[in-house]
Design a protein around this ligand. Sequence first.
Ligand SMILES: Cc1cc2nc3c(=O)[nH]c(=O)nc-3n(C[C@H](O)[C@H](O)[C@H](O)COP(=O)(O)O)c2cc1C
Length: 183
Amino acid sequence: MSTLESYPAFINLVKERYSCRAYDLGRTSLDHDLITAVIDAARLAPSACNRQPWLFVVVEGEEDRRKIFSAYQRDWILSAPAYIIALGDKTEGWVRPFDKLSHIGVDLGIAVEHLCLAAASLGLGTCWVCNFDPAVLREAFSIPERYEPVAIIPIGWPAPDSPATEKHRKSPEQIIQWGGFTH
Ligand SMILES: Cc1cc2nc3c(=O)[nH]c(=O)nc-3n(C[C@H](O)[C@H](O)[C@H](O)COP(=O)(O)O)c2cc1C
């Protein structure tokens, strides 16, 4: 496939992905093959120095759903059949020598978005969730100190009436400065 042919399919997928905050309560379990498939897209993501400083903890079922809720107390999250907790391995991440900036946040961001796009390509809904209490999540799932919980990704079939949110985005003019920093 040439670049010209593949761009429309790619950009359509990017446009189709949205933050799904209502899952189909009639489909309470999710095939593990599908979860493995979306995590495979994360596995193939680039990372600084190819360190791949990630671990994906998949949880499902009522008990774990309640644990997720204890760290992120929004009713909508209870509708998801499964959750992927994306962890950054602090001992594996690349640290830039000049300013000691750890890049696990960058690496995890890329990998998790690969995962979300892969899910969208399968018709599955996901939502980035970072506004959780990390201490509560760590305690609930016995996450060792070595790992930084970066995001909780609920995943499942969108509710039939789940609205795909409208994209409110800055314009290209607002975010591109050609030829150098001007303002
Ligand atoms: C790093 C990150 C953290 C986010 N955390 C949350 C969150 O805690 N709860 C939530 O409902 N949405 C969260 N979101 C979703 C954003 O609100 C959403 O991506 C944005 O409003 C754009 O909407 P869209 O994803 O439907 O295009 C997060 C998104 C990102 C990228």
